[in-house]
Design a protein around this ligand. Structure first.
Ligand code: SAM
Length: 301
């Protein structure tokens, strides 16, 4: 709930603007916020995983697990794939890929990037749609399914998240790997400390409720649900899968942006640190304590 007392220190004009935003936020569906936010973020999302060594770690650790479990070839669904950082990478490596995203601007950028890199030959379809409804695909269509970087976070009700998990598993072939990564609830609390300390008045809400609506609990992101590791595991264990591994994607570097970027300048020490990150990212005390974490599952035969 919105905390009036927390706003007490605000100047009158700012307070009035805040109240107006709250009223507007209350009238909107979460999906509207999500579409609006990401329609302006295609370029930013393309750069997100490469913009500095700290952010490259999420990509590096995710790719480590993708390579570990992907079959050598086949048809891969990148669901909520945004501008296609993973889809293009794996298409270039020879996989056939279907890229699906909620937001047309993401798909447009992905098409341009894929064309430029020659990856478009292997990206079979660019489709607009939601992970909640994959009915355009038959059961068992894909050799692997990815849903990376938090598309699942943007489904605000438990029923929606369960429907999406069911769909992602349904369209995978028997024994196919399924990769899902999300924004962590515990990681988010640390992000409030390090990046949004002025939003500390909402920290208890984030922890206890785990949902975020811009305008109601601060600013700076779109509507989201923050996951606990056991929650994501529970969501998929209800489906026809075996959970193989979970990993904290920024590992022990999580939230240490400055220190991590500085370390990169010394390539020998960087190599040693990455080895430690890969060695420790599956430790139970690391998984939830990072900005993003990954679940790897296998559909039962
Ligand atoms: C943070 S980006 C991640 C993009 C990409 N998977 C990556 O890891 O780089 C989240 C993406 O999820 C998409 N998205 C959000 N809700 C979705 C939904 N219900 N169905 C499909 N895509 C969704 C957004 O449009 C956005 O492109």
């Amino acid at each position: 709930m919105y905390d009036r007392r927390a706003q007490a220190g605000l100047p009158k004009s700012l307070y009035r603007r805040q109240v107006a935003k709250m009223a507007k936020a209350n009238r909107r569906e979460p999906e509207e916020f999500v579409k609006e936010w990401y329609s302006k973020k295609a370029k930013g999302e393309w750069l997100r995983l490469q913009k500095d060594p700290y952010h490259q770690i999420e990509h590096l650790v995710t790719t480590h697990f993708l390579k570990k479990y992907l079959p050598n070839r086949g048809l891969v669904l990148d669901a909520g794939g945004g501008p296609g950082r993973y889809a293009i990478g794996f298409a270039k490596a020879g996989y056939n890929v279907v890229l699906l995203d909620l937001v047309p601007e993401m798909l447009k950028l992905a098409q341009r990037k894929a064309k430029r890199t020659g990856a478009n030959r292997n990206i079979k379809q660019f489709l607009q749609g939601s992970i909640e409804d994959l009915s355009r695909f038959q059961d068992g269509t894909f050799d692997a399914v990815m849903c990376l970087g938090g598309p699942l976070n943007h489904l605000l009700s438990q029923l929606q998240r369960e429907t999406a998990a069911k769909e992602l598993v349904r369209v995978a072939k028997k024994k196919a790997p399924i990769f899902v990564s999300v924004i962590s609830r515990l990681g988010l609390l640390e992000t409030i400390l390090t990046v949004f300390p002025h939003e500390m008045c909402y920290v208890k809400h984030h922890w206890e409720v785990g949902d975020y609506i811009p305008g109601l609990q601060g600013e700076g992101f779109t509507a989201a649900h923050w996951f606990l590791p056991e929650e994501l595991r529970g969501l998929f264990e209800k489906q026809n899968v075996e959970v193989l591994e979970m990993a904290g994607l920024e590992g022990l570097s999580s939230h240490h942006v400055k220190e991590t970027n500085k370390l990169y300048k010394d390539q020998e020490r960087w190599r040693m640190w990455i080895e430690i990150i890969l060695g420790t990212c599956t430790h139970p005390s690391v998984i939830g304590n990072t900005e993003h974490f990954l679940l790897v599952a296998r559909k039962r035969g």
